[in-house]
Design a protein around this ligand. Structure first.
Ligand SMILES: [Zn+2]
Length: 422
């Protein structure tokens, strides 16, 4: 049998999808499958059973990442990872946490049944806590050795429940570092995911070929003024921290829209102290994030947003403390993977377009480590992280076919050995 004869089985794919989305199903039609919860563990057990049924080699690592491997007999073969995650956000949708898993499983099964000998081990891998219920992108960070030292023991936070959840799932916090792999054992990383945005749906295109994933930086900004009586303090004496923060939020949105139209800005959290109606706010703490696919533009955006805060506090007779909290670098997908996906779309006569991902993914972590590619399928109305999340079933089938064809393209092309990421 040649690679041209390998086909996915859409009926079996649908059966898998229906069975998997029953686990943690909510009345609203979504899925509640938080990382390390009973539902997440049940979904893993289900996936492990499917791996066994398919004759794949089942393994799990010290970070709880669960794999089904179709081994290659080629001496010195490296591994192509097919990534997915079974965990969901609270009250999430059925597609985010399930499509990647059933598609990767079906591709490995189809190749195995066709007895195609691949020049690499094919490993379907479910990563622990992609969504960040405990620690965002935990499994892929563990595999790439990029978890921070304090991931389970930060003195400023209560990590007791997280540690308890890890133990309960059979993961020893002190052993998690053993999940690290050597990059030279990997040939690449490929993932099918829903877009979670509206661009494919609006343009009527079947497949998005991800070229970049946006970088994201989060800041804590604390505006300091002075508490005093709200009735008796003269207007010129007032140093209102909240007024400064509010002016900042409005001006920052405008700045981002006008000067960085390809980026995004959000302020989603605000705390006011002392927090009483008759006291002028002494402190306003906000968390803001900005995203951009271009690393230099992201840096420019950060500089401009911080400068804006400093200008506004001067105008309001306040001061500000700036703390950079989280930085996720921009990620650039590997050319051979982008080409393999584009070739697969051509072969299957499927419409496709290049896309930047504005959501974070395990691919963002893997990209620094090995050649990485991502395939997006449309989200109806662009809705995601909601029970209303929907992808037309034909797009799940098309996406799985493109994933299979991309794997076979990579098998016949020269082995990619590097990816660029920054
Ligand atoms: Zn996801």
């Amino acid at each position: 049998m040649t690679t041209a004869d390998v086909q996915i089985n859409p009926n079996r794919l649908l059966e898998d999808f229906n069975e998997l989305t029953e686990i943690g199903a909510t009345a609203a039609g979504g899925v509640n499958r938080l990382a390390l919860s009973n539902e997440d563990l049940e979904a893993r057990a289900w996936l492990a059973d499917r791996f066994i049924d398919a004759g794949l080699v089942v393994r799990d690592d010290d970070a709880g990442n669960l794999s089904g491997v179709l081994p290659s007999t080629l001496p010195g073969a490296r591994t192509l990872l097919l990534g997915c995650h079974l965990d969901s956000v609270p009250d999430g949708g059925r597609y985010d946490s399930s499509v990647g898993a059933v598609a990767a499983l079906e591709c490995a099964r189809a190749i195995s049944e066709a007895r195609i000998e691949l020049p690499f081990h094919l490993e379907v891998i479910d990563f622990t806590d992609e969504e960040g219920c405990w620690q965002s992108l935990f499994g892929s960070r563990a595999l790439t050795g990029t978890l921070t030292e304090t991931y389970t023991s930060d003195k400023n936070a209560d990590f007791g429940p997280f540690r308890a959840a890890l133990f309960r799932a059979g993961i020893r916090p002190s052993d998690i570092h053993k999940a690290r792999r050597a990059p030279q054992t990997l040939m690449g990383y490929l993932e099918l995911h829903i877009e979670q945005g509206h661009r494919l749906d609006q343009s009527g295109v079947d497949i998005g070929i991800v070229t970049d994933i946006v970088g994201r930086t989060t800041y804590d900004l604390t505006f300091y003024g002075e508490a005093s009586h709200s009735g008796t303090t003269a207007p010129e004496q007032r140093r209102d921290a909240l007024l400064g923060a509010a002016a900042y939020i409005c001006a920052a949105h405008q700045l981002a829209r006008e000067e960085f139209p390809a980026g995004t800005f959000n302020c989603g959290d605000l705390q006011v102290l002392p927090g009483a109606y008759n006291i002028i706010p002494a402190e306003a703490r906000l968390t803001m994030e900005c995203r951009h696919a271009d690393k230099d533009r992201l840096a420019d955006m950060e500089t401009a947003l911080i400068r804006l805060a400093q200008e506004l506090v001067a105008a309001h007779n306040l001061s500000v403390n700036v703390k950079r909290v989280i930085h996720m670098p921009t990620a650039h997908m590997a050319e051979p993977f982008v080409e393999a996906i584009a070739n697969a779309c051509r072969r299957l006569d499927v419409s496709c377009m290049p896309l930047v991902s504005y959501a974070g993914h395990n691919a963002q972590i893997l990209c620094d480590f090995t050649a990485t590619g991502m395939i997006f399928i449309p989200s109806v109305g662009g809705i995601s992280h909601s029970p209303k999340e929907l992808t037309e079933w034909r797009h799940v089938v098309i996406g799985t076919e493109v994933l299979l064809s991309s794997i076979l393209q990579l098998a016949t092309s020269t082995t990619p050995s590097s990816c660029t990421s920054e």
